[in-house]
Design a protein around this ligand. Structure first.
Ligand code: EPZ
Length: 420
């Protein structure tokens, strides 16, 4: 059992280098299944979700190995199995991308239902509707938890997504890459990882236009070849360090990022009283640790990301006054609030709204990470608290944050990982 131990109240100063984007790489590794050739993926984050996908692709028959620190080689030429029903598939949510990728390659796929962070119903009906529209027959066996997909052929069509969904947008792009004719996705999600996945597929020879807007057009091609590709920086990891700097006070340069991706957070932090200075590939957050309250509403990109909601709630807990945070993406993403209350946070929940009464001081607590971003929120609360914080279930945090304690220590935080 591993814990993070934090002695709070240190100011944060210095540079932190952001790793490759988790939610891009978890789509790009499965996308490499479609290529007839070797894909080299650079700026690979060293996180559990990547190791889980590596394991999954290897079990399917691909060669999927690190050739350097931060560089993954995927050779799917000998991948000959479309039955992705083993345990590693169930461990992460992004395994749903195996459906689109295997369907594109074999016109057939059997995939175990995805796991991942549990904050309410996480349906995949839109993914399945899109596969069906492209010509797949689908069997959903909820006893075994396995989805089977099969198509004579996949044929491009118009797909309107009822809800803006990252997963359904990417999965439809994957499945449509080799389909006959043109597929149009309307009401597509616009997150940076969607653009990154489309850029990767285009580098392999796909014809995808419009990624980053709400209409994406995919003209099917015969086959994809290998290529080398660099993953974009992680918007959410960057945002987590920006919020940590704002709450703890100090001067932190968040480096190796795309500042544009951070616009919604930068605007909020400025509103809360921080100085936020943008450079070409970095943002400096300068804060005296005294924050004002604000209102935040999570939205699909370019709105404020739901994946920064828990970290922001932790930050607002120390802001002066009452803040209101509305979660519009996930119906039940406030389960971690009870853990935050152990730090002395004064938060009440009314449906999808969190009402946060800022307190002047938090105190260290013994808490459990309830999911990935909730874990990050607890780290922030611990850094900003008087006394010692102990965070259990670190494995959740490791799913999406590379070397979190090392990066924070470099900024002056007193944090270590302990085994019990
Ligand atoms: C992705 O999840 C991210 N995961 C999530 O990040 C993130 O919270 C979410 O997008 C929203 O930004 C990955 O990229 C692997 P959605 P995804 O489909 O694709 C509803 C993290 O912490 N919906 O965009 O699963 C759904 O209920 C993780 O890194 C349907 O109704 O999310 C939700 O309300 C957690 N039917 C909304 O759409 C569907 O078929 C958005 O979900 C699919 C989704």
């Amino acid at each position: 059992m591993e814990h993070l131990l934090i002695k709070g109240k240190n100011r944060l100063n210095g540079d932190v280098f952001i790793s490759g984007a988790k939610n891009a790489v978890v789509a790009i590794i499965p996308a490499a299944i479609i290529a007839n050739g070797v894909c080299i993926i650079d700026n690979l984050p060293s996180i559990e979700d990547v190791r889980c996908l590596q394991d999954t692709l290897s079990k399917l028959g691909a060669v999927c190995e690190l050739i350097d620190e931060g560089t993954l080689m995927v050779d799917s030429s000998n991948l000959n199995n479309f039955n992705a029903t083993f345990d590693s598939v169930r461990r992460i949510r992004a395994s749903y991308y195996l459906m689109g990728a295997l369907l594109a390659r074999f016109k057939e796929a059997k995939v175990a239902l995805p796991g991942g962070c549990n904050f309410g119903t996480r349906p995949i009906d839109l993914h399945l509707k899109a596969f069906k529209a492209l010509g797949a027959e689908i069997e959903e066996d909820y006893d075994s938890g396995i989805i089977s997909l099969k198509a004579e052929k996949l044929v491009g069509t118009n797909i309107f997504l009822d809800t803006v969904s990252v997963g359904a947008t990417i999965n439809t792009m994957l499945a449509a890459t080799l389909a006959e004719g043109v597929t149009t996705i309307e009401n597509a999600a616009k997150e940076p990882h969607i653009v990154d996945t489309a850029n990767f597929l285009n580098m392999l020879g796909a014809k995808i236009k419009g990624a980053g807007t709400d209409v994406i057009r995919i003209t099917g091609v015969e086959s994809l070849h290998g290529a080398e590709y660099m993953i974009i920086p992680d918007q959410i990891e960057a945002g987590t360090y920006m919020i940590a700097a704002a709450v703890c006070g100090g001067n932190v340069s968040v480096r190796n990022i795309i500042p544009k991706h951070m616009d919604s957070l930068s605007a909020k932090l400025k509103e809360m009283g921080c100085k936020v200075v943008e450079g070409d590939d970095y943002i400096d957050v300068i804060s005296d640790g005294k924050l004002s309250s604000t209102r935040v509403k999570t939205m699909a990109y370019p709105g404020f990301p739901t994946d920064l909601q828990p970290q922001m709630v932790a930050g607002l807990s120390k802001a002066d006054g009452i803040s209101i945070l509305t979660e519009t993406v996930w119906e039940n993403r406030f389960q971690y609030i009870d853990q935050l209350k152990k730090f002395g946070c004064d938060i009440s929940i009314d449906g999808r709204v969190a009402i946060i009464h800022g307190v002047s001081q938090l105190h260290g607590a013994d808490v459990m990470a309830t999911d990935l971003r909730a874990g990050a929120a607890m780290v922030i609360a611990g850094l900003a608290s008087n006394g010692i914080t102990k965070i259990g279930n670190v494995r959740f945090i490791d799913r999406g944050y590379e070397k979190i304690e090392y990066k924070l220590r470099n900024l002056g935080a007193d944090i270590k990982r302990v085994k019990e």
